[in-house]
Design a protein around this ligand. Structure first.
Ligand code: UDP
Length: 313
């Protein structure tokens, strides 16, 4: 297959590029590098089945030759990044989705959209099944991401219904691993960097809010299976092991062998507005339609991630 991956220089896009290359496919990677980095794909440059285009998918895109699949993974993806790039975040989830859908339609390609657990907002149902419609603030500081992704889902299914496009939608829950940016502001890189530097770990609020962390290899496997499945409607891919952010801070301190303290922050800036209180995927559907479930324990995934960050701190 010849596959276009947008966001190819990002954390997930680069790992997906690796997977498709390793499976013998040809990958066209696209990224405008506002949050992605060429470091993530440097090892692929020069590969005969990989090419890279520095382009913003929110503008008209053109790719010569055949395409069998389009995977739209381009987007700023951390609350810090949405604060810095709210308009590009909205544009890539809406206009970028429109452009990549149009391209997939012209090429007769299958289309896979990277959606998010943020589609559920601050959920009133825990765990979240795909049938839950969510509890989303349409105009808060996170709304540029949440609503763009929700609009994206609607647009993808409009192309499916109106044009018969073969579409796949993955709702990605918190995912971590090597190639996350050390300074991207999300909890995993923040805590690991703080622990490795011997600085206090900054727990926002009282740390009772929960998340469920999945290692990137599990996500890549789920996305790969979804693309080759027959499921047009959204599928959650995440690890259902839920923990409080405070417990997660303790886990990071332990695994790094750090002397760091844990401190509680109550900042007033927009990053914590609408911070979901709980988040945990119901993965019954992924189990049923993809035969998928996560394999990597937090301790193992964290050890790999800490090793990666250790060489960079
Ligand atoms: N968080 C924290 N300290 C940090 C960064 C994040 O306590 O230094 C919390 C944040 O408030 C949220 C959770 O960790 O409750 C996960 O945040 P992240 O930014 O990783 O992603 P989210 O799941 O909110 O999209």
């Amino acid at each position: 297959m010849r596959v276009l991956i947008t966001g190819a220089a990002g954390f997930l896009g680069s790992h997906l590029s690796d997977r498709f290359i390793n499976e013998g496919h040809t990958v066209v990677g696209m990224d405008n590098l506002i949050t992605g980095s060429m470091d993530n794909i440097a090892h692929l440059m020069g590969h005969e089945r990989f090419s890279f285009v520095n382009q913003d998918v929110s503008n008209f895109i053109y790719v010569a030759g055949e395409l069998d699949a389009v995977l739209h993974f381009a987007s700023p993806a951390s609350p810090n990044d949405y604060l810095e790039y709210p308009i590009p975040t909205m544009k890539v989830g809406s206009l970028g989705t429109h452009n990549t859908l149009g391209l997939a339609k012209v090429k007769g390609a299958r289309y896979l959209f990277a959606s998010t657990s943020e589609a559920y907002g601050d959920p009133l149902v825990n765990p979240q099944p795909e049938t839950y419609w969510g509890n989303v603030n349409p105009n808060g500081p996170r709304s540029c991401y949440d609503e763009a992704k929700r609009f994206g889902e609607a647009l993808v299914l409009a192309y499916h219904r109106a044009h018969g496009l073969e579409t796949r939608i993955v709702r990605i829950f918190n995912t971590y691993g090597p190639r996350m940016r050390l300074n991207d502001g999300r909890v995993v890189p923040n805590f690991i960097a703080q622990a490795l530097k011997g600085k206090p770990l900054t727990v926002y609020g009282d740390g009772s809010q929960t998340r469920s962390f999945q290692y990137y290899t599990d996500l890549v496997e789920g996305v790969y299976r979804l693309l080759f499945s027959a499921e047009d409607m959204p599928v959650n891919i995440g690890n259902p092991t839920e923990m409080s952010i405070l417990d997660f801070a303790h886990a990071v301190v332990e695994i790094t062998g750090s002397q760091s303290d844990i401190i509680f922050m109550n900042p007033k800036d927009g990053r914590f507005t609408d911070d979901p209180k709980v988040r945990r995927p119901d993965i019954s559907k992924a189990r049923r339609v993809l035969g998928w479930e996560p394999k990597i324990e937090l301790a193992d995934g964290l050890a790999q991630t800490v090793a990666y960050f250790r060489s960079r701190v």
